[in-house]
Write a protein that binds this ligand. Sequence first.
Ligand code: NAG
Ligand code: NAG
Ligand code: NAG
Ligand code: NAG
Length: 417
Amino acid sequence: PPTVPLLALVGQVLVLENGLLRRPPMGWLAWERFRCNIDCEEDPENCISERLFMEMADRLAQDGWRDLGYTYLNIDDCWIGGRDAKGRLMPSPKRFPNGIAFLADYAHSLGLQLGIYEDLGNFTCMGFPGTTLDKVVQDAQTFAEWKVDMLKLDGCYSTPENGPRGYPMMAAALNATGRPIAFSCSWPAYEGGLPPQDTQVNYSQLAEICNLWRNYDDIQDSWSSVLSILDWFVDHQDILQPVAGPGHWNDPDMLLIGNFGLSFEQARAQMALWTVLAAPLFISTDLRTISAQNMDILQNPLMIKINQDPLGIQGRRILKEKSLIEVFLRPLDNNAYALVFFSRRTDMPYRFHCSLSQLNFTSSILYEAQDVYTGGVISGLRTETIFTVIINPTGVVMWYLYPVRQLGTRTSMNHNW
Ligand SMILES: *[C@@H]1O[C@H](CO)[C@@H](O)[C@H](O)[C@H]1NC(C)=O
Ligand SMILES: *[C@@H]1O[C@H](CO)[C@@H](O)[C@H](O)[C@H]1NC(C)=O
Ligand SMILES: *[C@@H]1O[C@H](CO)[C@@H](O)[C@H](O)[C@H]1NC(C)=O
Ligand SMILES: *[C@@H]1O[C@H](CO)[C@@H](O)[C@H](O)[C@H]1NC(C)=O
């Protein structure tokens, strides 16, 4: 069978040993869609409140999301009301009258997990009380007492000295609570995301203390934002691709699907590209009103199977054509692959001719592919077979490619990871 040399590398990385997030996390995260809307008088249905999270929990449980793996219900900024006399964090009493433990119980009763947000600095990004170094242990204990399952620790109002002390300290404090709490670190995003220009971004260290990390800018509700994030991840794939794996993921930020900025093709493209990058799948849209078409994109079972592949290898862009067609490849379990044919064109559907040998497949294996969106099967793919995919402007064609049988004797795979 084709060999994937990268695997050897991944196996050697020392990683966080909390046993969590062996697959990229999936769930719902409030920020991109609901931001810091705290006006519950004017907008009770959409303000950051207990009601919003309970309603999203209901939708996750009842509309098929949870059963497909979307189990995290994650709070972002703007939930904090202050600290009590003992310095313990308190949620806004008006907006979370029953407290966070109540919300965690509610999530757990529906088979979901609750994520929460804090910031390693004087304030959160929106100006609520942050977790200063002297509060790290206390806040970790508070989250564990509330039975929280994930913590996103942001980096606003912090200093360059805070990160190297605070993020490892929080990882240790979470561990010391005895409660398994997945840890999402925004640290690299505040340090430029890249070694070695800034010595603070040390992905070996991050993999030891964090389950996922935000490397780059916040996503906004537009195609240009998706492209800027994709470009950054692809430009730096030689650095970023090897550092991801089971238990420790790069996070290009939330899915926009269901909101206002993406066309149908662009929504499909973000889903396919995030999946091939082994990205966390955090939906951030209103699940009460999402269209059937957008649900189909987010609930595609083969897509999710690929995203959640047990090998946890992040894909790469392997081809960039003058025609503005790009090809991404992600190696999967059972000698299968995900292939994404992505068009940056803005004219009309493009007929892209290609063969597996052009993609450096050199094995004498007969492959078959399933189109992830249409379900159609393309059979009889030998390495030299010329095939045609028709890719819509700013859209993708995505294949799940799997071996059917061996044709010859010697096989090898020549991918230069
Ligand atoms: C955080 O607050 C402390 C105490 O008021 C202050 O000395 C420090 O400069 C602040 N740090 C930042 C990054 O604002
Ligand atoms: C804490 O860390 C130890 C050693 O890495 C690990 O075995 C244990 O499962 C961790 N516990 C939690 C709750 O994360
Ligand atoms: C990066 O972190 C690893 C693991 O903690 C450590 O062994 C290594 O020395 C660090 N590298 C740099 C350049 O600081
Ligand atoms: C195929 O392999 C060659 C030689 O290693 C390399 O230059 C080329 O970029 C590869 N192409 C793809 C599509 O992987």
